[in-house]
Design a protein around this ligand. Structure first.
Ligand code: ASP
Length: 437
């Protein structure tokens, strides 16, 4: 067995958290490669080191004096060194970083230093080797990750190290400057490392015990999800479930490696397994999870004999394509077609879109309605159990909520409902109660 383990910012926020991490890593000899985030918040009012670095770099770029603020960042690391009594000093590193800030080494360079320094400390604390992500994670000229070159290089570098810590979140450009992923990107580094190491499991340690079946701000104490497939997660995370960076799925999914989301503060909890596929479809609750999101608009078009008009849909969608707008759903009837879009994408150009669609297909009726919320009910168990859709609709209808749109994915793994934004929470509760309790 070989495991790549990634620890998020809250898991490495201070010396106490470092101690938990060490206990977890050393508890299993399979945990050979560790990916580290920058120190996160120690409590609600605290700042993440990454945010501090961005802020400090901005100060430096505008010519402000950075001494005080820079010292606060350094203190975050020094306090870890002191409390763990580590025989290391980052003084020299901080001299180099300060001078790089003043000489405008770049925002990405600045932000990456949180991971770089924290991984150095963790490597020293665990007695593992340190591998700089700048040497093994490669970006192309256009800023995209060079997945294959990275995989080849990182595989060969890892084979020279029995145990190593790699900083998350960044890599290097062809001209050797530092480039970061988008925020939360250490998850992606972990996934890349798991693929390169041909790991059996990618453990992603955070501050929650995996995914919940529904949003705990809406449903009191929702059940946890034991196992979820990659495709179910795609359906749910796109709706904002958000424990894991969306792009972190691809490298491990490609290699068929499962991800286990675990809680550093409750290491005995099993967490959630994200798996390529599973035979376990006879699930106790039929559904795997529910997610909801506000902020959608729907363009509805009606035209007699629409179904006989070749190219109708294409002409409608070309209007969106021209404005570089992607659509979310496309429910349609015999003589009706709707396009569901994030409101933020069309807010400024609603009238223009309407006019252009009219010109393109000359509909009998056209309208754009806002304040739509989408609810995704996801579950691989739905294919097998009859009547799931009926149960969902009657649960919602029985609470007096009007369902504005229905879209069942062709894989039968998800049913999407559109309801008015004000009804989102009640609809979610109704569905949860129908299936869970
Ligand atoms: N430290 C980075 C951030 O705050 C990356 C990460 O933690 O994954 O976004």
């Amino acid at each position: 067995m070989l495991k790549v383990v990634k620890f998020g910012g809250s898991s490495l926020a201070d010396a106490e958290q470092f101690k938990k991490v060490r206990e977890i890593v050393l508890a299993e000899s399979d945990r050979k490669y560790v990916v580290a985030s920058a120190p996160g918040k120690r409590h609600d009012a605290d700042a993440k080191v990454t945010d501090m670095l961005y802020h400090c770099y901005k100060q430096a770029a505008t010519g402000e004096n950075i001494e005080d603020y820079f010292a606060q960042i350094k203190e975050r690391f020094d306090s870890i060194i002191r409390d763990l009594e580590l025989p290391v000093s980052l003084d020299k590193e901080f001299e180099i970083i300060k001078s790089a800030f003043i000489h405008k080494a770049g925002k990405d360079y600045a932000a990456s230093r949180g991971e770089y320094l924290n991984a150095k400390l963790l490597a020293a604390y665990l007695g593992f080797d340190f591998i700089d992500a700048a040497d093994v994670i490669l970006f192309r000229e256009d800023g995209s990750l060079d997945m294959e070159a990275t995989n080849t290089l990182l595989s060969s570098v890892l084979s020279d190290h029995d145990h190593a810590v790699i900083p998350g979140f960044y890599g290097s450009m062809p001209n050797d400057t530092i480039k970061t992923f988008s925020r939360g990107g250490s998850d992606i580094t972990g996934s890349i490392a798991a693929r390169a190491a041909k790991a059996d499991l990618y453990e992603n340690w955070t501050d929650v015990s995996g995914f919940l079946m529904a949003d705990p701000r809406i449903i009191e104490n929702p059940l946890g999800i034991e196992t979820i497939t990659y495709s179910e997660l795609r359906e749910l995370s796109y709706m904002g479930a958000g424990v894991l960076h969306e792009d972190a799925i691809f490298p491990v999914r490609f290699a068929g490696i499962p991800i286990n989301i675990r809680n550093t503060n409750a290491p005995d909890d099993e967490g959630t397994y994200i798996v390529p596929r599973t035979d376990k479809v006879d699930m106790e609750h039929v559904i795997t999870g529910i997610a909801g999101k506000r902020g959608f608009s729907v363009l509805s078009i009606e035209k007699d004999m629409m179904n006989a008009e070749i190219g109708f849909g294409k002409r409608v969608l070309e209007v969106f394509e021209k404005h570089n707008i992607s659509f979310e759903h496309l429910p349609s009837g015999v003589d009706t077609m709707s396009v569901v879009i994030a409101t933020a994408e069309i807010a400024e150009i609603k009238d223009q879109i309407k006019a252009e669609v009219c010109r393109a297909v000359n509909p009998d009726k056209i309208a754009i309605d806002d304040e739509l919320a989408l609810l995704a009910v996801v579950g691989r168990g739905m294919v097998k159990s009859k009547g799931t859709a009926a149960r969902i609709f009657s649960a919602v209808a029985n609470t007096g909520i009007n369902i504005r749109m229905i879209d069942q994915g062709s894989s039968e793994k998800s049913i999407i409902l559109g309801v008015e934004e004000k009804d989102l929470e009640a609809a979610m509760r109704a569905i949860y109660c129908e299936f869970i309790k």
